[in-house]
Design a protein around this ligand. Structure first.
Ligand SMILES: Nc1ncnc2c1ncn2[C@@H]1O[C@H](COP(=O)(O)OP(=O)(O)O)[C@@H](O)[C@H]1O
Ligand SMILES: Cc1ncc(COP(=O)(O)O)c(N)n1
Length: 475
């Protein structure tokens, strides 16, 4: 059965927190989401501008409109704003008696803005006694037990037990506000503490995490899971959603999490456009524009390049390819799968062959130019310092840029063109296929890498792109 889950909460027009986050979360867990608005909040990822609260009687009308018609399997309570609204919700809970009620005692937004009247804190404490699960963050937990904000896990657990005992309920203790490599949470009752570990993501996209976690808990509980099992599933999903939040590029403050990060991989027209390599390619647009515009590339294409400059370039490229082949072989040794290993090994052999062909165009191999040496030094240093993920990211621009540029240059290589024979070698479909395969490998590696590794990969890719530009500007 599809759980029918009602969120009673405030709004976030940027879609990251409040009922917008709740509806996305409920859907992400396969539930049917419904929403009753307590307060309209003019907010974005940077903060709250103003709050408009419709009359409490209208809240009653919304609630009854739902419960008079629909069987509700679980309720999630979010921003309740002030005592009159809390009274309305308490009275409705008495009437409608939904089987599962999760309370996220929202008091302050991630931005630091208050979302609950100071006088309402007492009413929220009373409401805790009427619900099945309360999900406070550490500042909210401190208010609910009337103590200082916990700064240690042990202190937080003690406060959660105090609340669980006093309100005779279950507390989901959230460790997001503590520091350290992990961001553990726990299901806490008067006599048990069941922690669920989670890794801490270094990111600013945490807007709406609390709203989303509480909605996930309500939906999973309505599907029949225990609080502990629900937290295990919700947390794994939430960590992924936090990790992918930055890719959404929503807002300039604390951005939202990506509720549908798992689903997005199955949306056909998005496949590829949201991949790591697609983003790296988009980010490199200014550098690629400079490659296209540089004199050497333009005159190579239109055939006006002096032959000795072309020969000089080929000599440097032959030097480059010989060492690039060694680095490809090294990537093969570090590869995570037999297919990946085979791909880089084959690439290495092809680069050796290409270097050999280049040498048939030049009489003797020159000394490496500064741009050639710098590019190769960067690749060697990346391999040594940053390991497999960064190395494959650093190797990719050579494949991809040549496939992209080569295709366009090859189109210009008509018969009679002074460099026509050479340009046409880039029209080989095997060249494009190899670039595509290299991309897929780098995407797989990036998907499996933690965010800090992906940052290192992006830096390695970007540096290689810049070295490509310098290489074209050198002749
Ligand atoms: N940087 C982070 N990395 C991973 N998980 C986090 C991070 N920040 C918060 N969380 C998780 O998000 C959920 C919400 O936590 P918290 O930030 O404490 O609450 P709130 O959003 O209500 O302030 C918890 O499961 C917490 O562990
Ligand atoms: C309407 C509304 N409700 C709750 C929050 C808290 O958001 P967070 O989950 O980041 O603490 C918010 N910003 N807006």
């Amino acid at each position: 059965m599809t759980p029918r889950v009602l969120s009673i909460a405030g709004t976030d027009p940027t879609g990251g927190a409040g009922i917008q986050a709740d509806l996305k979360t409920i859907a992400a867990f396969g539930g049917y989401g419904m929403a009753v608005v307590t307060a309209l909040v003019a907010q974005n990822t940077r903060g709250v501008r103003s709050v408009h609260v419709p009359p409490p009687a209208f809240l009653t009308e919304q609630l009854d409109a739902v419960s008079d018609d629909v069987t509700i399997d679980a309720v999630k309570l979010g921003m309740l704003h002030s005592p009159p609204l809390i009274e309305v919700v308490m009275a409705w809970l008495e009437r409608a008696r939904p089987p599962i009620v999760v309370l996220d005692p929202v008091m302050v937004a991630t931005s630091g803005d208050r979302l609950l009247d100071a006088q309402a804190e007492l009413a929220i404490r009373r409401l805790c006694e009427r619900v099945d699960l309360v999900t406070p963050n550490l500042p909210e937990l401190a208010v609910l037990v009337g103590g200082p904000e916990a700064t240690t896990w042990a202190g937080a657990v003690a406060q959660a037990r105090t609340l669980a005992t006093a309100a005779d309920t279950v507390v989901l203790l959230k460790g997001g506000h503590l520091e350290g490599a992990s961001s553990a949470d726990a299901v806490v009752t008067a006599d048990a503490v069941l922690p669920v570990e989670g890794r801490r993501v270094t990111t600013t996209t945490t807007h709406g995490t609390g709203c989303s976690l509480s909605s996930a808990m309500a939906t999973l509980a309505a599907s029949g899971l225990s609080w502990f099992d629900a937290l295990g599933q919700a947390k794994e999903w939430l960590t992924g959603a936090i990790e992918h939040g930055a890719e959404l590029e929503v807002g300039r403050g604390n951005g939202p999490i990506d509720h549908f990060h798992q689903l997005r991989q199955h949306v056909p027209h998005l496949r590829g456009t949201n991949s790591w390599t697609a983003r790296a390619w988009r980010d490199s647009e200014p550098i690629r524009a400079r490659v296209d515009a540089c004199e050497f590339v333009r005159r190579l294409g239109d055939g006006s390049l002096e032959p000795d400059r072309f020969a000089w370039y080929l000599g440097q490229d032959a030097l480059y390819l010989a060492e690039y082949a060694e680095l490809l072989a090294h990537a093969g040794e570090l590869a995570g799968t037999p297919e990946e290993r085979a791909f880089w090994e084959h690439g290495s052999d092809a680069a050796v062959e290409e270097a050999r062909l280049h040498r048939t165009w030049v009489t003797e191999l020159p000394e490496p130019a500064p741009a050639t040496r710098a590019y190769l030094d960067h690749l060697h240093a990346t391999a040594r310092r940053d390991g497999h993920e960064a190395l494959v990211a650093a190797l990719l621009p050579c494949y991809w840029l040549y496939a992209d540029l080569g295709r366009r240059l090859a189109a210009q290589g008509r018969p009679g063109h002074p460099f026509g024979d050479w340009l046409r070698t880039y029209a080989d479909p095997a060249f494009l296929e190899a670039a595509e395969a290299a991309r897929s490998i780098v995407d797989r590696v990036a998907d499996a890498a933690p965010p800090d590794r992906r940052t290192t990969m992006a830096a390695a890719f970007d540096a290689s792109m810049r070295h490509e530009l310098a290489f074209f500007e050198a002749p």
